[in-house]
Design a protein around this ligand. Structure first.
Ligand code: NAD
Ligand code: MG
Length: 330
């Protein structure tokens, strides 16, 4: 293992704790780094379909307590050196799409720093263990992105720990369902805006001086950007803003050789949905209204995050790549 930077060691990774987590996880062994085609599977039946058990967790929720547990590629993702030597920072890297990206990036050869909230320590420990099992450096940077000073500090810590930065994934978000606009307080509205719009703004500003030509910025947007639900008034507009900043910044940063792209998921089985992001009725039937008749799993988007960061994606900038189970966006 390479030198342990203070960021990870102090804040999370005790060797004993990680050894415990690692042994509790499915064995990845040598196979996790190996190339090889996954067996062909029917996308309709590959993963659980609704109805799902009713369940709710206090926000921000833990992947480890969902039933069924989401698949972030822990057992399935196989790398082939597509991001060898890269240095990535992923917000919301403890669970959901961010965790799937973190696992894939590490198995593709990148060192990975993840940000998450202190309440998500249990999920984050598993991710750090998985990154280390892939033979890469994993750094944990817990903290609240609604604080501009923290965003700057997070980037500085990641740059120091990784020895630079060439992939930034702005993935963290706040989503809470509200039947009526009248139910959304100014504080809640502000919370959503700070997390989903301000935090990427602050983080990108802090990261930009460190990004060399060939670097990649990726934002997680949503089907909500184009087709907003009635109960996600505040969240949906932040996703329209995300898609918009991707397109603006791509034009602005192309002359510097930095690419900016978005990933647009449809309904994906993650803690965000079971911790206030969806109504219980929607959750029970989650993803059932897509042509594939089930929600996606975070693992099913991992390859998109890799493609948008790696060399073979070098002509893609200002694009939004979707995975929506057949609903045809973006
Ligand atoms: P998730 O709950 O696994 O991830 C969201 C993460 O955001 C959390 O893990 C948390 O670490 C982070 N976060 C939230 N507020 C934060 C704060 N103030 N400070 C630091 N971190 C904070 O859920 P997910 O569904 O994987 O979400 C990832 C991205 O995917 C989000 O941008 C979300 O909008 C987007 N998305 C999700 C779906 C879906 O159906 N799950 C659909 C479209 C888009
Ligand atoms: Mg989480």
């Amino acid at each position: 293992m390479a030198k342990k930077d203070g960021v990870s060691r102090r804040q999370i990774v005790s060797g004993a704790a990680i050894a415990g987590v690692a042994s509790a996880l499915p064995s990845q062994g040598a196979a996790q780094g190996a190339a090889g085609a996954a067996p062909i599977q029917d996308p309709r039946t590959k993963y659980p379909r609704p109805p799902f058990k009713k369940q709710s967790q206090p926000w921000p929720g833990l992947a480890g307590q969902m039933d069924p547990r989401p698949d972030h590629g822990e057992q399935s993702y196989k790398g082939s050196g597509r991001l060898a030597g890269r240095k990535a920072l992923i917000t919301g890297g403890d669970s959901g799409m961010g965790r799937a990206a973190a696992i894939a990036y590490a198995r593709e050869g990148a060192d990975v720093a993840i940000n998450y909230l202190p309440d998500e320590e249990a999920d984050a420990r598993e991710v750090i263990a998985l990154i280390e099992q892939a033979g890469r450096k994993g750094y944990a940077i817990p903290g609240d992105l609604r604080d501009e000073a923290f965003c700057k500090k997070m980037v500085a810590k990641a740059v120091k720990a990784l020895g630079g930065l060439d992939i930034l994934v702005n993935n963290a978000a706040r989503q809470q369902t509200h039947a009526s606009i009248l139910d959304i307080s100014s504080d809640q509205f502000d919370w959503t805006m700070k997390t989903n719009i301000y935090a990427p703004f602050w983080t990108i500003k802090a990261a930009l001086p460190h990004l060399k030509p060939g670097s990649s910025i990726i934002g997680t947007t949503s089907e909500q950007a184009m087709d907003p639900s009635e109960d996600l008034y505040d969240y949906a507009q932040t996703k329209a803003a995300t898609t918009n900043y991707v397109r603006s910044l791509a034009k602005q940063l192309a002359p510097k050789g930095i690419r900016v792209n978005g990933v647009a998921p449809g309904p994906i089985w993650t803690p965000l949905q079971v911790s206030g992001g969806a109504t219980m009725e929607k959750l029970a039937q989650f993803g059932g209204d897509t042509p594939l008749m089930r929600p996606g799993q975070p693992a099913e988007l991992a390859g998109i995050y890799v493609l948008l960061a790696e060399e073979s994606g070098s002509y893609a900038t200002g694009q939004v790549y979707g995975a929506m189970g057949g609903n045809g966006q973006p």
